[in-house]
Design a protein around this ligand. Sequence first.
Ligand code: ZN
Length: 434
Amino acid sequence: MVRVARTVVVRSVRLPKRVFKVFVELEGMYRNIVEQLVMYAVSNGVRSFTKLKALKYGGVRNLYPQLPTHYIYTACQDASTRVKSFLKLKKEGIAEKEYPEIKNITIWLDDHLWRCDGYTSINIATHKGWITIDIESHKQYWKYVNRGWVLSSEAKVKLNKRNKQLVIYLTFVKDVNKYKHRGFIPIDVNENSLAMLVNGVAYLFETNMKDVVLGYYYRRKRVQKKYDKLYGKRSRIKRKIFKKLKERYRKNDVKLKIANIIVRAAYEKQYAIVLEDLGEKPAESMIKKIKNDQLRHRIFQASFKGIQKAIEKKAKEYGIPIIYVNPKNTSKTCPIHKVKIRYNNNTRIGKCSKGGELWHRDVVACWNLLIKAYLGDGSDAPSLGRSDQNIDGRVMPLPSTAAHDPIVVKKLLWTRWKSLPQTQNATVLNKMKR
Ligand SMILES: [Zn+2]
């Protein structure tokens, strides 16, 4: 059983002036308390929350008798978290100041300080008593509510002064059981595509990751150069543009979308997902073809891992087992004849040196990942015994000797999908076949 947690941000409706004023006062008191605690903790080297609470609770309590006492607990937690990370930076020589700066305040709430009032409003304890706040629920919020997630007792609140709104950070939790898988979906990630093998059918999703990632990188660089000149290194405008750029980048983020499609396919069939064990030096062989440019290297490493991470995160939510296998030679060996496949300079189609059949490089990789998973050559796989194609009631599909062309799915098409189409010979897919 694994506990999965997700933060969901909801906003309150615009609050009447006098109600919002209460929260401004509350935030002021909370800020003062946190500042005091942080100063005290840093000058006395107090790192632990319990110690800080034991030492300071009484004093703070007397200063703010009207404040619900649990705000002092949460402020102690907040402060000790800040102190811990500050002292760590200090130790590493990164922090220059004597004390951590407290710029943004988010009020921490525990189970005594807030409660749900149905699904569209919450009650928050303040120095003026309990206040009911209506929230603007949204699609994502209802998704969690309706799919069996439970609200945890911790929440955080931030004030949006311009709109007189509260921004509420809720945490949904769910306990998930990993299922016993009945088969495997191997995934092979490349710089511009992702291949996936489902019951003997190979799909090749075009991701254009190379262009997207590099494009974003260069755009960012351009903005930096231009605005450094105009406004200096730490300008607000630059930060704003970066933020916008990042938001747009995220919105078009292919990794979340592809992770969704993969996870849905695996969950539906109760299969495990097979990923390459990228280890410490991921994707080195994949990078080789690109000129050995340090920068590109770093960027791609990050994106390969990023795709895996997106898949892992989503899979955890659904209890899908993930099996990592060693990617060594996975695109070089014929999965049928176990001999070398020859690729003519830089093509992705190769020829088996024994059977003479043609293979698409990414399809080969998927089959070999699948075989490795069946043979138990994975870090999370039970040892299934060698060369037995009927393992645990699961029959490993064997590749046929016909040409091994994947179904190529254009980015424009799959980014609109929520899951894999039910029939592989759907007209829409046939059109996409090369
Ligand atoms: Zn062969």
